[in-house]
Design a protein around this ligand. Sequence first.
Ligand code: FE
Length: 175
Amino acid sequence: MPLEADDHNPMMPYQLPFPPDAQDEIVVNAAIPDDERIWVPQTETVSFRPLCLNRSQGYWMNLLRVRQSGVLSRHRHPLPVHGFVLKGRWHYLEHDWVATEGSYVFEPPGETHTLVVPEDVDEMITYFQVNGAMIYVDPYGKVMGYEDVFTKIDMCRKHYAEVGLGEDYADQFIR
Ligand code: FE
């Protein structure tokens, strides 16, 4: 690794092609969109905005939005989750801490939790990286359903077709 002083052309861009098998980057300029159609509804109060639907590595990056003191149903994570709260406030029924605007949260594999947005918060938006799957369970761990990057891609395609953006609107987020 050369020191900065050894680089005679620090402002010269990299001159070689990227690896031929490398994927394209994703740039989402209005990550919190003005167009309501971009939010994919999940329930009456919960929706998500895809950013990267990574089918090759089995994870998804998205903004989760909850309105009107909604609840994200109890679920288990077999793989880690990273979250950054952009707006509002939420907590899990299973923990005594509160994630406030500006908070970063790491959720280790093995977590089972129920996300609740309190009544005095009109809108909560959190940036989440969810790896692998979310396994929806009853209070005693009985499996009720699941989500993974493929069910997310499906939901996006169906929703974008319905709202007139076209199902291939989802393609820009898929890697
Ligand atoms: Fe979760």
